[in-house]
Design a binder for this molecule. Structure first.
Ligand SMILES: [Zn+2]
Ligand SMILES: [Zn+2]
Length: 289
């Protein structure tokens, strides 16, 4: 049996094994060696964050039953997509597909911070008052649907293989859960690790309450895009234990941690003027000032 047939046959179980496997590993690591003390009840956050994950996967199955794999097979049959126009070696095609899909995720992440309407959806991810493995999968259903539409468009234009799409989706799931974890990694190891993957210390900066820190480190998987597009901030000004996680406006667990509150969060308050370059708390040596 070739690898594509194997993936198609066992796709759901492969995803489940990776999801629950990494969740268990990171959850144990967070207990053994936490980076920060949590501020909100862990059972409350976990039950609600995981409930949101289940709600999202049910919604996705209902609205897009064929999902990204179905779209990839369809695009392949139609011979659409840039990669289908070239006879590239399959390894090269795979690497290009992974890189392009990751770049699209990075750009999408910048976009949902830059456009006030989309920031309203994305702030459900940022409103979590603590930062741990469950934060990594906490997204509003409308943002999940938007992500799926962007993914479909990418697949149509790019024409990747099923193997590349499934590997990328699993990889993104794993790295997102890893880089949101509340785990301590020695600074020297972190320094080397973040050359190839986004580490928890790197992504935690992005969950800071400070606007200029939130508007940096957009990468979810590969750390290179932030360096290339100059959105990289190595550490939070107040340090990892001194920094505040979340959004200024939403500091109460009743409006950030319960599932109904998360679902209605995008519709709360006046439309803010929140845009990417409004750096209110930049330091004097900030080169972007
Ligand atoms: Zn973000
Ligand atoms: Zn995040």
């Amino acid at each position: 049996m070739n690898i594509e047939a194997f993936i198609l046959e066992h796709e759901k179980s492969i995803r489940m094994v990776f999801f629950f496997g990494i969740l268990a590993i990171m959850a144990i690591w967070e207990i053994i060696s936490p980076r920060r003390a949590l501020t909100v009840s862990k059972p409350l956050r976990w039950i609600n964050n995981i409930a949101l994950v289940f709600l999202n996967s049910i919604l996705l199955r209902l609205i897009f039953p064929l999902a990204a794999v179905g779209m990839t097979l369809f695009v392949g049959q139609q011979n659409w997509g840039v990669l289908n126009y070239f006879e590239l070696p399959s390894v090269l095609e795979f690497i290009i597909a992974i890189l392009v899909m990751d770049l699209v995720i990075y750009l999408q992440h910048v976009m949902v911070h830059a456009l006030p309407m989309l920031w309203r959806l994305h702030r459900v991810h940022h409103a979590d008052l603590d930062f741990d493995v469950t934060t990594g999968s906490r997204f509003h259903p409308l943002e999940i649907l938007l992500s799926m539409l962007i993914k479909f468009t990418t697949i149509i234009v790019l024409g990747p293989t099923v193997v590349a799409v499934v590997v990328f989706e699993i990889l993104l799931n794993l790295t997102s859960m890893f880089n949101h974890s509340n785990v301590y990694i020695h600074p020297t190891i972190d320094k080397w690790l973040r050359l190839i993957v986004v580490t928890p210390d790197m992504h935690r900066v992005h969950h800071s309450i400070e606007d200029d820190e939130t508007n940096s480190n957009f990468g979810f998987n590969l750390p290179w895009w932030d360096r290339l597009f100059a959105t990289y901030k190595p550490q939070p000004r107040k340090g990892h234990t001194g920094m505040t996680i979340g959004i200024n406006k939403f500091r109460d667990a009743s409006e950030t941690s319960w599932l109904p509150a998360m679902l209605t969060l995008p519709f709360k308050g006046r439309m803010s003027g929140y845009v990417l370059n409004r750096r209110q708390w930049g330091t004097p040596d900030d080169e972007n000032k």
